[in-house]
Design a protein around this ligand. Structure first.
Ligand code: GUN
Length: 286
């Protein structure tokens, strides 16, 4: 079997075109969706992600600004800035780019953002709403993965979804979203013994480890949908995922490439959440 390659870039483009129409409608009603990103320090990867978010916002008609603060900013100053943005009615979405410098407690920062403006979907209130299956901001990478599976009509209900990686940003929430869609979910992680025993039974395999070639075709069931969340930079500068793409594409039913797979979908869902925030659709009162 040769896998159908899931074209995240093309799907993201289609969704963004639909969203830009929604933005125009909102603007006609006098609402300009606005995203504020806070970036601390000058981590090159974070800068590049923030630039991508800003560019994609602009292309969709969403206004955005980036507040650059020095790496030595105190937690108190950062929280003060977040409180100002919480109270600013022209700001619909707030995103603090992670990771933060070691002297700042990430959880304090995440919990300071008003849930109704938490377009990352990281606030415990929004995570709780997601877990209980209520309308909320879904965190962007898991939401992008779910959207990909649905757009390619990949069955989820009753299927075995195996997640490798248990981060708060990807692994845990994506498993929860698939459970909400009636999949049977198995979480694997660095302490799982005999990973292959689980992966070879997966109908949907989500790989979010952050190391190249963790999964090759012996790990994969014939016809499975394999979603590669990894973004690894090789010594020659090129990007690669966590999955051995060439090997797995001969066996899987569906496979995402890196780049042009999950990455463009993540940013797209951030735009979607920002529009949702502008519409005031989140149930959050917070
Ligand atoms: N750093 C890496 N991914 C993300 C993300 O999705 N949101 C934020 N805020 N920071 C990140």
């Amino acid at each position: 079997m040769t896998a159908e390659i899931i074209n995240g870039k093309e799907l993201a483009q289609t969704l963004r075109e639909e969203m830009s129409k929604e933005v125009t409608e909102l603007k006609n009603q006098g609402i300009v969706p606005h995203l504020t990103v806070i970036l601390l320090g000058d981590n090159p990867a974070s800068k590049s992600y923030v630039n991508g978010k800003k560019k994609a916002s602009g292309e969709t008609g969403i206004s955005s600004d980036v507040i650059e603060m020095s790496a030595s900013t105190s937690e108190k100053e950062l929280l003060q800035k977040i409180h100002e943005l919480n109270d600013d009615e022209s700001v619909h979405g707030i995103l603090v780019q992670l990771p933060l410098p070691d002297h700042i407690n990430e959880q304090h920062v995440i919990e300071a953002i008003k849930p109704a403006k938490d377009v990352d979907g990281f606030h415990p209130v929004n995570i709780g709403r997601m877990m209980t299956g209520h309308d909320t901001f879904l965190s962007c990478t898991p939401y992008g993965i779910l959207t990909m599976l649905k757009s390619y009509d990949i069955p989820i209900e009753g299927k075995h979804a195996v997640i490798i990686g248990r981060s708060n940003i990807v692994g845990k929430p994506v498993g929860q979203l698939l459970l909400n869609e009636n999949a049977t979910v198995t979480y694997c992680h660095s302490k799982t013994s005999s990973l292959i025993d689980y992966t070879k039974d997966a109908d949907i395999l989500i790989v979010a480890v952050g190391r190249p070639n963790v999964i090759d075709n012996k790990h994969v069931k014939e016809g499975a949908a394999v979603i590669d969340v990894g973004i690894n930079r090789l010594e020659n500068g090129s990007l690669t995922g966590d999955v051995d793409f060439d090997a797995v594409k001969e066996k899987a039913g569906y496979l995402t490439p890196v780049p042009r797979g999950v990455g463009p979908m993540t940013i797209t869902m951030l735009l979607k959440n920002t529009i949702k925030a502008a519409k005031g659709l989140a149930e959050s009162e917070g």
